[in-house]
Design a protein around this ligand. Sequence first.
Ligand code: BHK
Ligand code: ZN
Length: 439
Amino acid sequence: MTIESKLSYLTGFPSAHQKTERKEGLKKENQKRVLASEKNQLLSPGLLWPSNVPVLGLKYILFSEKRDQVLRITASNEEQLALVRSLQEQEHLNTLLDEEKKEMILSRHKERSSQTFNYASYHTLEEIYTWMDTFVASSSGLVNKLQIGTTSENRPIFVLRVGINWELGYLHVDQPSNFQTFSAGGINRPAIWINFGIHAREWISPATSLWFANKLINEYGKDTSVTSLLNTMDVYLEIVTNPDGFSFTHTNNRMWRKTRSRHAGTSCVGVDPNRNFDANFGGPGASGNPCSSTYYGPYVNSEKEVKAIVDFVKNHGNFKVFIDVHSYSQLLMFPYGYTATKPKDYDELMEISKKSVTSLASIHGTKYRYGPILTTIYQSSGSSIDWAYDQGIKYAFCFELRDTGRYGFILPANQIIPTAEETYMGLMEILNHARQNPY
Ligand code: BHK
Ligand code: ZN
């Protein structure tokens, strides 16, 4: 049962002018409504009521107004004001999460009655896995689903391979029946790797991947660059790279980032998969604290989700492009994150990036910055694209999709299609360049 509560904040400094403050503090803009799942949630340490509230001596009163529960908080110094602001942010987040949930339920009803998949909505892991099978079945053989591993919580990890199924002289070693032929001397077609949702809470990334996969098969035979691409290369899409984490964001904590693995010596759960790769593992820009959201893990490739990618990419042996898609910040980045040293292909990667963000912006005007990870966002060790680049995959990029912080990870569903449309343009610049510049 939920009780609707009202949380109103006095953001002035009432200690100085107690009387006037009382009135001014209740101005409309200072009154916020929140949903509290229980009466006590407002006052018990947790999301809405951080444990440092009593420490900071924030004054509050709880009372009833009509049928609402009202919490009035009074800030009396800068430190308390900062805390009140963070409470307001938390409350803003709760409102967004409410809207997100409602939208998904509405969309689910529409999908059921119309028997169509709604690319403009967010979906659960189960819904996405069901979509995969329907999508493969309706792709006229252009798409295959492969399982590349299982997660620490035992969920399957899938990739979709998009490309014409067979070409003389090329094999797919990821298909068990071809392992033997491969050892007899066959090679895989040159291929493109794109993983989405390596961080659980970045929902726009998997949502974009579904639209992208669908776009590729719709444009095959129509658009000349998609047609040439799929005739000469295979595109591997890892739609949900961190299934356990993704599932957890739907059921427990919308802001979860890491995997859900458990390791000896700590009760904290999860490792940052984008710090767990063999690229200056454990170096600057990653944490050794198992409770940190950027924990690099107990050892390289400790995460089954990371090991699955590493084994697959190495076994395949012919990846020419490796792209990791995150949100948010509107950035296009390339190696390195662990060192300030420029990669040897710096000039070419800069040029591709510039073309990519220009093309991306041409659709809805969305502006991206670009450059090496370290100078564009921050130093980070153990990331997937640094690993891929050091493996010899020259075209290694990372996207940070919309937005720049207004909604952050909780990007409203009505931005899914616009984000996917512009990202498609940005991605195609990179993929076309790779197709036209074999190495
Ligand atoms: C991306 C790629 C390689 C290294 C770092 C990053 C930035 C990314 C991260 O891993 O910290 C930021 C992020 O999750 C938000 O999407
Ligand atoms: Zn991320």
